[in-house]
Design a protein around this ligand. Structure first.
Ligand code: UDP
Length: 239
């Protein structure tokens, strides 16, 4: 599909659920290893990768709020969940011979570096994978928005969102057999259709900073690198 785009620095966002594999909760290290293999392949191919991992496999603020918790407090728990995932992925990447740095938006210096743009760029330029942890550091946001923010700050060429389906559909393809996959969509179409693949704040940030978004299946082995090279199955969101 299409001609091979050349990316030098990208942001990859995977949901926390992607790390669950076949488990119902938490981190499946085999599945984390599969995601890490994709990142290793991209880095060895000369692409700088900043990684954002969600926290939904451990805790989501909205779920805590629905159970009666204060939303801001619950969101802080959600952000801490993303730090756990980042530390797990950092460990897996290092075990595969790729240097990786978890950088948290919430200061926890005895655990990992704090996120600063300059340090993150320095790590990326040395070929290290930067794991942007703790989302934006603020409640009432999601890791999709954090990913769009980091993609803009770190001047990434594109935002890759690995999901459990191979692109954006007109309806939920797991529930509606007639759902159709879009090859391309504009940011504004995506906002107008209220497609629940990404939250509106993330799409608006990508639009305002002209960052193309590629939605693909992270469950499909090798797919991230195929999409990086202009192959594979995906939906591209652009102007
Ligand atoms: N979160 C937050 N601020 C952020 C990013 C995340 O408060 O900037 C919290 C929020 O509670 C969210 C949780 O962290 O539910 C986990 O992130 P997300 O739901 O985006 O994870 P994913 O669905 O991608 O696994």
């Amino acid at each position: 599909m299409g001609t091979a785009p050349s990316f030098s620095r990208v942001l990859l966002k995977v949901s926390g659920e992607a790390l669950m594999g076949s488990k119902e909760f938490g981190i499946d290290l085999d599945m984390a290893g599969r995601v890490a293999d994709e990142v290793v392949q991209a880095v060895k191919g000369g692409v700088q990768v900043a990684l954002v991992i969600g926290g939904g496999n451990i805790f989501r603020g909205v779920a805590g709020a629905a159970s009666g918790m204060d939303r801001a407090n619950a969101d802080q728990m959600g952000m801490l969940a993303t730090v756990m995932n980042a530390l797990a992925m950092q460990d897996v990447l290092i075990s595969k011979g790729i240097d990786a740095r978890a950088m948290s938006a919430i200061h926890m210096p005895t655990v990992c570096e704090s996120f600063t743009r300059a340090r993150a760029l320095s790590h990326l330029n040395k070929g290290k994978v930067v794991l942007c942890a703790a989302g934006t550091g603020n409640p009432f946001f999601t890791t999709d928005t954090a990913a769009a923010l980091r993609a803009a700050e770190l001047k990434c060429d594109a935002f890759f969102k690995g999901t459990s389906v191979d692109g954006i559909y007109s309806a939920d393809p797991k529930a509606d057999r007639n759902a159709e996959r879009f090859e391309t969509l504009t940011y504004d179409e995506m906002l107008a259709r209220n497609l629940r693949v990404m939250d509106g704040a993330a799409i608006a940030l990508a639009r305002d900073n002209a960052i193309p978004v590629f939605v693909f299946s992270i469950r499909q082995s090798g797919e991230f690198n195929k999409v990086l090279n202009g192959n594979g199955t995906f939906t591209e969101v652009t102007v």
